[in-house]
Design a binder for this molecule. Structure first.
Ligand code: FAD
Length: 385
């Protein structure tokens, strides 16, 4: 990306480049034999990032971040993609939990921020349940007040990285069973509490990113309620907005760019060259470039204090559908070699190209939100947050 950088932005870029040049180990993915090992590697990497002041560049300086502006955020993504640097294990803590804590948390709850920044406390997100994914207002995991504690019963599903996490940000029903969005609260729960069971779920890629997390008479101090009782829906909406926002999509852009470069290398080595592959990869490149432009526009609007309702859905849809198309093009280029004898990482990349069209709200839900929030179409019977 060619930009006229200020002195501060150039210093940001040069320091980051020097850090990555020194610390990123080429082939770090292949070196991890399984998902457990990858998890440990990414946890160690969190601490390397924190030690050099790079774990939370987008956080406000008052919480230990670098107050990175829109251009610095784009530089961070660009350099991360160029060096193929790991993202770390605690992306949910750093990107989703932290903004909740500084917006809604009590001073005691904000003490988690330093442990998240330093990579000593990993978080996961307990929102989805078997009958409440797109339609989160259906959650049934219940919290009942008993003196100074909440008693939690229920189960969450698709909880990414729970097996490595120390804490979970948990959606619970505190209102009547039919209270929908008006009876939801948010709790911070220590995963070592008695009554919690974490069961990994094996996925098509052979990895177990997902878990089922069950709660049986789990006691949580009332001080761990975030915001007010039954007022958690506003927090859910802001988390989902962050999860679909520019920083999240720019992090996915790094993955997409790495894959595109990998496919392009294979296509250019093939003899004879295929015009069809050239044409597809040219189109993919245009889409990848557009992600960066859209994300930068969203970041700049955010910096100007604008709240562009619905645009994060547009960016999320475009980013994840681009990755999905690129996944299909990878298979077209490599054919059966793709799944047979290729590096295990490619199978994982293909599976991931599907993942992100589902997580943080499916593509269908994003299309609904674009229809209602940008095009102002009547909402009819559509649901989803
Ligand atoms: C990689 C990945 C990581 C995840 N990590 C987490 C995590 O850490 N924590 C967590 O809580 N959850 C996590 N999830 C779960 C994710 O949020 C849900 O899978 C997602 O919200 C969809 O919910 P669901 O699976 O229940 O599908 P459903 O909501 O049952 O949807 C099934 C299908 O129906 C469609 N559909 C549903 N409602 C509508 C509608 N109103 N209009 C049109 N189509 C509709 C959907 O698009 C989908 O195709 C993760 C999922 C993935 C794939």
């Amino acid at each position: 990306m060619a930009l006229d950088l200020t002195g501060r932005q150039r210093a940001f870029r040069d320091e980051l480049r020097a850090f990555y040049a020194k610390h990123v180990e080429p082939g770090w993915r292949e070196r991890c034999a399984d998902f457990e090992e990858l998890g440990r590697y990414l946890l160690d990497w969190e601490r390397v990032l924190a030690g050099a002041g790079w774990s939370v560049p987008t956080w406000p300086a008052e919480h230990g971040g670098r107050d990175a502006d829109a251009v610095e955020r784009a530089i961070f993504t660009e350099e991360t993609a160029r060096f193929d640097a790991p993202e770390g294990l605690n992306r949910l803590g750093k990107r989703l939990v932290a903004p909740v804590l500084w917006q809604y948390g009590t001073p005691a709850q904000r003490e988690h921020l330093e442990r998240i920044r330093s990579g000593t406390e990993v978080w996961c997100q307990g929102f989805s349940e078997p009958d409440a994914g797109s339609d989160l207002v259906n959650i049934r995991t219940r919290a009942v007040r008993d003196g100074d504690e909440w008693v939690v019963d229920g189960a969450k599903i698709w909880t990414s990285f729970a097996q490595f996490a120390d804490w979970i940000i948990l959606l619970v029903r505190t209102g009547a069973a039919d209270s929908r969005a008006d009876g939801i609260s948010v709790l911070l729960v220590d995963l070592r509490s008695p009554g919690i069971e974490i069961s990994p779920i094996q996925t098509i890629s052979g990895r177990s990113e997902f878990n089922e997390v069950s709660f049986s008479d789990v006691r949580v101090p009332v001080a761990n309620l975030v915001g007010d009782e039954n007022q958690g829906w506003a927090i859910v909406r802001s988390v989902l907005q962050d999860e679909r926002g520019a920083d999240y999509c720019l992090a996915r852009y790094s993955d997409i760019r790495r894959i595109l470069t990998d496919v392009a290398r294979d296509v250019s080595a093939a003899k004879p060259a295929s015009a069809v592959h050239y044409s597809r990869l040219g189109t993919d490149y245009a889409r990848v470039y557009a992600i960066q432009v859209l994300a930068s526009d969203l970041l700049e609007r955010g910096q100007r204090g604008e709240a562009p309702e619905g645009l994060e859905s547009l960016l999320k849809l475009y980013t994840t559908e681009t990755w999905r198309t690129l996944g299909d093009d990878q298979v077209r280029v490599w054919g059966s070699r793709y799944f047979d004898g290729g590096p295990a990482e490619r199978l994982h990349d293909y599976a991931e190209s599907r993942h992100y069209t589902i997580s943080a709200g499916t593509s269908e839900i994003q299309r609904n939100l674009i229809a209602s929030r940008i095009l102002a179409l009547p909402s009819g019977r559509r649901k989803g947050a």
